[in-house]
Design a protein around this ligand. Structure first.
Ligand code: SF4
Ligand code: SF4
Ligand code: FES
Length: 318
């Protein structure tokens, strides 16, 4: 391959257009190298953000061929191989307002982050002599969540944010809440969790895009699962998400599988199910997906399933 074509979505505050640039292929170069070369040698009007060039400052997130990448950490070779093309289409991160070209507006996100009180709410004052010491085990709990560099890639890829009208929190905000919830020095975990719950914690659709794209490999969906469990421990069980989780738990324990007939009733209650789901259920019956006359039967290996439940339940008590 001799050249790579860069099609970049431009925006000047009023107009949007796509501008094309060409660079000769060079082995081992990054996305950021290409953007910098275009700006330095071809078009100084191109806007993008970057600073550290070492995957630390988090400022160089950008979308290429529909997916978000950290520009300084991602090689062009990887993109060319992944997309099997020498034409790369650049856009600003998704689920953000755009300021200019590839520059997005972080201010609304930072305002939103304040909801989860992203700071330590300590039980006591740290002293000059002792500070806020933690054991290795205590530090291990916050270790991966503190790796977040606020690059925004998880938010750009988030399937729920893409369809939500603003209520759902960006995965990195959920991560920030989690980071203080599990911090041994924090004395008010509820003050971080409750805003996450009130901002549609249960709406995560488990698309896993945040996890698979996070350049720091932060296990965001594990954190979401942990926070959900904590809200249930706080007694927050009368919401759609918690009821749905309980329905899964009890169905699988009883039959080793889900009962699609009763799942909506257990999740939404009889009235809502009748009001909202009857046409859908009718279509499922007609297409043979569910059979209201067939009572659920336990799967063959149900004894094994129950053993797993027993073991997990005993372990969670200890
Ligand atoms: S959680 Fe990962 S993807 Fe999201 S902002 Fe932090 S480092 Fe970036
Ligand atoms: S798994 Fe949940 S939080 Fe992560 S990107 Fe998908 S919807 Fe968003
Ligand atoms: S330039 Fe700092 S993370 Fe890429």
């Amino acid at each position: 391959m001799e050249n790579i074509t860069f099609r970049i979505r431009r925006y000047d505050g009023t107009n949007t257009w796509v501008q094309e640039y060409r660079l000769p292929y060079e082995k081992g170069k990054t996305i950021l190298w290409a953007l910098t070369k275009i700006k330095d040698e071809i078009d100084p009007t191109l806007n993008f953000t970057s600073a550290c060039r070492h995957a630390i400052c988090g400022s160089c997130g950008v979308k290429v061929n529909g997916h978000a990448f950290l520009a300084c950490k991602t090689s062009l070779d990887k993109l060319l191989e992944t997309f099997d093309t020498s034409v790369l289409y650049f856009e600003p991160l998704g689920n953000y307002d755009v300021v200019r070209d590839l520059v997005v507006d972080w201010k609304p996100k930072m305002e939103k982050m304040k909801k989860v009180k992203p700071w330590l709410l300590p039980s006591r004052e740290g002293s000059k002599e002792e500070g806020f010491r933690q054991s290795k085990q205590q530090f291990a709990k916050i270790s991966s969540s503190t790796d977040c560099i606020l690059c925004g890639i998880c938010a750009s890829e988030c399937g729920q944010l893409a369809i939500n009208d603003g209520g759902y929190l960006e995965p990195f905000i959920i991560n920030k809440a989690y980071r203080f919830v599990v911090d041994s020095r924090d004395n008010a975990p509820e003050e971080h969790i409750r805003p996450v719950l009130e901002n549609e914690l249960w709406k995560c659709i488990h698309c896993m895009q945040c996890v698979s794209k996070c350049p720091k490999e932060i296990p965001l969906t594990d954190e979401i699962a942990y926070l959900r469990k904590e809200t249930m421990k706080m007694g927050e069980v009368h919401n759609q998400g918690a009821r749905h989780a309980y329905a899964f738990y009890h169905d699988v324990k009883k039959w080793g599988r889900l009962n699609e007939m009763t799942l909506p009733v257990k999740t939404d209650g009889m009235v809502t199910t009748l009001r909202k789901r009857i046409p859908f259920a009718y279509r499922m019956i007609v297409k043979g997906k569910i059979n209201p006359l067939r009572l659920p039967k336990a799967v063959k290996g149900i004894k094994g399933v129950r053993k797993i439940y027993q073991q997990v339940e005993e372990e969670s008590k200890s």
